[in-house]
Design a protein around this ligand. Structure first.
Ligand code: AMP
Ligand code: MN
Ligand code: MN
Ligand code: MN
Length: 292
């Protein structure tokens, strides 16, 4: 039995009633709400602790912090880093990071240069496939900080060449499709290192989405841990109930802290809502125990 001091007993009791959403996006990456709108929306939905985790950028954190102070919710600085591991793209969340961390900022800046290169390349390939000025079109949907595939997808829907953003991904933006370009992302070691160096906690994002064999997934978790990774998303907007159950088992087996986040990108995706999450399964150690 673990023994708790009186203080941690009170903390545990209080945090039990707090609503956490530790994975969200703003217009700084491919979300559709500004950091301020996102925080206000989270507040309306009863979120007490929110992490802003834009792709490869911490550019929205300061604005979100100000909005959170005004809204009375607690804002955790975060980021979602694009990683290439064994020829797959995976995402690693950094939670409770200091956005002033120099190594982190140098690394993220490098990733945004790669993103810019990839966006121009996607634009050229889509133009060859019959679009006109796809890059310029996608850019209109981006706030100017970075361009991702979601911005291309919104433009192609506007062009009437597909009816939904998911259709665009399926038809144009994934492997073996005309607008696919392999991203040049961070190594697992770098991403976890940058996060740790910035005082944050590295967490495997939406593990249920990765198409890995069980053997490969165990290798991934082991390398993630060897590099200093400490957490895994157990509850995610893109997890099925069985993903949640499986990831809780992995968390326990590998001694990882469990995280929960909607991966909210905006109201266009009505099946994912900020702060509407299932509880962590029994026996999971919540990742927020690391900072609260
Ligand atoms: P990127 O990091 O630019 O390669 O884009 C990845 C992002 O695209 C994800 O974070 C999602 O926001 C979005 N995305 C990926 N796959 C899909 C899909 N099948 N349908 C809708 N959005 C997707
Ligand atoms: Mn996204
Ligand atoms: Mn992701
Ligand atoms: Mn995300």
């Amino acid at each position: 039995m673990q023994s708790f001091g009186y203080g941690s007993y009170i903390t545990a009791s209080l945090t039990l009633y707090m609503q956490y959403d530790l994975h969200t996006h703003s217009t700084v990456s491919d979300g559709t709400m500004t950091p301020t709108e996102l925080v206000q929306h989270a507040g309306k939905n009863g979120v007490d602790v929110l992490a802003l985790t834009d792709h490869d950028s911490t550019g929205g954190i300061n604005e979100a912090m100000d909005a959170a102070r005004a809204t009375g919710i607690s804002l955790i600085g975060g980021v979602e880093i694009s990683v290439k591991w064994e020829r797959m793209t995976v995402h690693i969340l950094g939670l409770d990071i200091d956005p002033g961390g120099a190594t982190l900022q140098e690394g993220l800046a490098r990733l945004r240069v790669s993103r810019q290169w990839r966006a121009e390349e996607i634009g050229r390939k889509l133009d060859k496939a019959g679009f006109q000025n796809a890059y310029e079109g996608a850019k209109k949907y981006a706030s100017g900080q970075l361009i991702g595939r979601a911005h291309f997808a919104r433009y192609i829907v506007e062009c009437g060449k597909a009816s939904t953003v998911s259709d665009v991904f399926r038809k144009y933006l994934v492997k073996n499709k005309p607008g696919h370009v392999t991203g040049q992302w961070a190594t697992l070691e770098d991403a976890v290192g940058w996060i740790t160096d910035a005082g944050g906690y590295a967490v495997i994002a939406h593990p249920g989405r990765y198409k890995m064999s069980a053997t490969k997934f165990r290798r991934f978790i082991e390398q993630f841990r060897e590099n200093g990774g400490v957490g895994i998303e157990v509850v995610s907007g893109s997890h099925s109930p069985s993903d949640r159950h499986n990831m809780a088992q992995y968390a326990k087996r590998y001694g990882l802290y469990a995280s929960q986040g909607s991966d909210y990108h905006g109201p266009e995706n009505p099946w994912i809502e900020i702060g509407r999450l299932q509880d962590l399964p029994e026996g999971c150690k919540p990742v927020w125990a690391l900072w609260s």
